[in-house]
Design a protein around this ligand. Structure first.
Ligand code: ADP
Ligand code: MG
Ligand code: MG
Length: 434
């Protein structure tokens, strides 16, 4: 096990950032001087849990965030600080609804079945002006800006700095591009075990925001920051391997699209639970302006509106881009990094257990012909629909854990209620003269 005091002495680290992620994806941290880390490595850092989104009250005892020393990352842009993802503990017990605990439990459940889930994510983001109201590059105005060479070079300083850091961290980054919306970018790195990917996803968001701020900009992962422009997706690529991580259990060249029977059942679980899953993969009010969206100026929504799957075709909720894996295109930039992975494993394992059938592989253009598909469920139209679908999905709730599911639905319903209490200009405009 990594001895954090020795790690600090070795690398000149002055502070550790002990960090946990709450139910709404907020990253909460304490900065702990290296001199005090030995005790904290053992016992954890104390937090008043109710002050964050964890469905706790002020009457609950203090919560301890116990760092996972094996996942420590020295901040490449501030090497005197090291980030430590932590697991929430209260009175000696794991806090059941804390997202990293939820994921660890599901990873352990897969391991108990001799399985290792490996995932890669594509966390798109926009670079904005510091106020967050407009994209940062006034010259980035093309109607079809995807892969725009000139525009990506105008943000070279930010993108290359982040990619250099990922190279140093050994994540295996392999490409960076300007995405389909003006001001939007994507950076890709190699897939890994689900917990590693979740920690990297959290750290990536922290790093992108930090480097953007350093350059006088603001980064956002908000699902649909601008009407009319493509939103921020967070596609997840998924495969399941044997316990040693050597043999891909999803790969079978003799089967349709190279997807094994196990792969089909796991995917069947995703398809069966998709409507409830959306409450986690698309967790905000704004998320539903990305899925079900009208076409953007670029001509595509890049986001699904129905529960369908296909081969190498980007108009469906799930795509099988090549043998041995599938891509879930539903999640957006607001998805909690830990709950995203947990929800995929929960739905997938339930599909494996029941031998779920993913339904027909459809080889059609869903943007052009989607309205002709009458035998596939539609994705939820708003957060309330999604929360109700999740609440009605007893199987998914049980797999994700009854305590977590109850806490999540309670907190998110409260968010929905806050939203509906908010008056909009649209209401006034359409109702004033009625
Ligand atoms: P695209 O834009 O075509 O959807 P990207 O190259 O942007 O694809 O992202 C692909 C992601 O899938 C990367 O994170 C990659 O490491 C990951 N990936 C590739 N193979 C697998 C696999 N077998 N299992 C899980 N993830 C994978
Ligand atoms: Mg991509
Ligand atoms: Mg993709």
């Amino acid at each position: 096990m990594t001895d954090l005091a020795a790690y600090a002495a070795d690398r000149g680290i002055k502070y550790f950032m002990i960090s946990y992620t709450d139910l709404f994806g907020g990253q909460r941290a304490k900065l702990v001087p290296a001199q005090a880390i030995a005790g904290m490595q053992q016992d954890g850092a104390g937090f008043a849990g109710f002050a964050t989104w964890l469905d706790l009250t002020p009457a609950h005892p203090d919560m301890l965030a116990v760092p996972d020393a094996s996942a420590v990352i020295q901040l490449p842009w501030k090497p005197e600080v090291a980030w430590l993802p932590a697991d929430c503990v209260m009175e000696g017990e794991a806090v059941a609804q804390a997202p990293r605990n939820v994921l660890r439990r599901l990873v352990a459940e897969a391991a108990a079945q001799g399985l290792r889930v490996k995932t890669g994510i594509e966390a798109e983001f926009f670079l904005l002006s510091p106020e967050g109201t407009a994209i940062s590059d006034a010259a980035d105005t093309a109607d079809k800006p995807c892969y725009d060479q000139q525009a990506v070079m105008r943000r070279y300083d930010v993108i290359a700095e982040i990619c250099d850091y990922m190279l140093d961290l050994g994540w295996g980054p392999y490409q960076n591009d300007h995405e389909d919306a003006n001001g939007q970018f994507e950076m890709n790195w190699d897939y890994a075990d689900a917990l590693v990917t979740a920690d990297r996803h959290s750290f990536f968001k922290f790093m992108v925001k930090s480097v953007a701020e350093k350059h006088g900009l603001r980064a956002t992962f908000m699902p649909k920051p601008f009407a009319g422009l493509t939103g921020n997706g967070c596609h997840a690529h998924v495969s399941v391997w044997d316990a040693e991580g050597r043999v891909n259990a999803f790969a079978d060249p003799s089967k349709e699209l190279g997807l094994s029977g196990q792969g089909r059942s796991f995917l069947g679980g995703i398809m069966t639970h998709a409507e409830g899953l959306a409450a986690i993969t698309n967790p905000t009010v704004n998320s539903y302006k990305r899925i079900n969206a009208p076409r953007t100026t670029s001509g595509a929504t890049w986001a699904p509106n129905a529960v369908t799957w296909t081969g190498n075709n980007r108009t469906h909720m799930v795509r099988v881009p090549g043998p041995g894996r599938f891509e879930l295109r539903l999640p957006d930039g607001a998805a909690n990094p830990y709950l995203l992975q947990a929800a995929i494993i929960a739905a997938g394992l339930s599909g494996l257990a029941s031998g779920a059938d993913p339904g027909p592989c459809r080889d059609i253009d869903m943007y052009a012909e989607g309205h002709l598909v009458t035998d596939a469920p539609r994705l939820p139209l708003n957060l309330l629909d999604a929360l109700r679908a999740f609440d009605a999905d007893e199987g998914l709730k049980a797999m994700l854990g009854p305590d977590f599911s109850a806490s999540y639905i309670r907190m998110k319903m409260q968010e929905w209620t806050d939203f509906t209490a908010h008056f909009t200009d649209w209401e006034r405009r359409t109702t004033l003269d009625i």
